[in-house]
Design a protein around this ligand. Structure first.
Ligand code: MN
Length: 241
């Protein structure tokens, strides 16, 4: 079973060249894989499955091409696209994963996460996360007209950008004790997540490890995790132009 793990593409209408890179990436790097996992922040913003745009249609088509080739695709929501749901995914089809998601990888017990829930030192963000992940809040939001949701999403992004500018860098990284707690709770030796845009392979005590997937920029290779017959690999793949 060959699997590829990616996250934090932040696809958006504002960056069509990145969408193009993603399409070329799929052509080049999925020829011998069985499963693709997208661990959140696939899109820069998602205000509801009813917001069909040329971008969402284009991405739907490229994922559909994978599934037609027999590749299974999995998606876990991030803090940007937590409203992305089955109304969109089922049409491809892509399987929606809960965060965290336990899985066996190359004979190891592993856990997949987006990663934002591990950043518990950022109390302001965690309070916000609790609110926007509440199904009642989400339902109310999804009843609003698309224009209202678009305005609100922009306001939230502006606020988050402003808040993050004054936060110390380590506050926005994962909390090591929380990593330890979550890994013990699930009894796993491997944790794979994204979100922090700090790609790295961190060895932990007791032969455990934490792998942080990279964010996507058109001008640099993207750090991905690939697992299968070669074990667990963490490697930079060039983004084809
Ligand atoms: Mn994120």
């Amino acid at each position: 079973m060959e699997r590829l793990f990616i996250s934090d593409l932040h696809l958006s209408d504002a960056a069509p060249e990145l969408t193009h890179c993603f399409e070329r990436f799929l052509e080049l790097h999925t020829q011998d894989i069985n499963e693709l996992y997208i661990l959140g922040d696939f899109f820069e913003v998602w205000i509801g499955d009813d917001d069909a745009t040329p971008l969402t249609e284009r991405v739907r088509e490229s994922l559909k091409r994978l599934t037609v080739r027999g590749i299974r695709v999995y998606f876990m929501p991030g803090n940007r696209d937590f409203l992305l749901g089955t109304a969109y995914l089922n049409t491809i089809p892509v399987t929606l994963l809960q965060d965290p998601y336990p899985i066996e990888i190359a004979g190891e017990s592993a856990l997949l996460m987006h990663g934002d829930s591990l950043c518990i030192d950022d109390e302001e963000y965690q309070a916000f996360r609790k609110q926007v992940r509440d199904p009642v809040w989400q339902n109310e939001l999804l009843q609003k007209p698309l224009d209202d949701r678009r305005t609100l999403a922009q306001q939230l992004r502006d606020m988050s950008k402003e808040a993050n500018e004054v936060k110390a860098a380590d506050i926005m990284d994962v909390n090591e004790q929380e990593v330890d707690r979550v890994m013990h709770e699930h009894g796993v030796s491997v944790l794979i997540h994204g979100h922090t845009h700090r790609p790295a392979r961190h060895p932990l005590s007791d032969l455990r490890e934490r792998i942080v997937l990279g964010d996507w920029q058109t001008d640099s290779p993207v750090w991905v995790c690939r697992t299968g017959t070669a074990g667990i690999e963490f490697l930079p793949l060039p983004l084809p132009q």
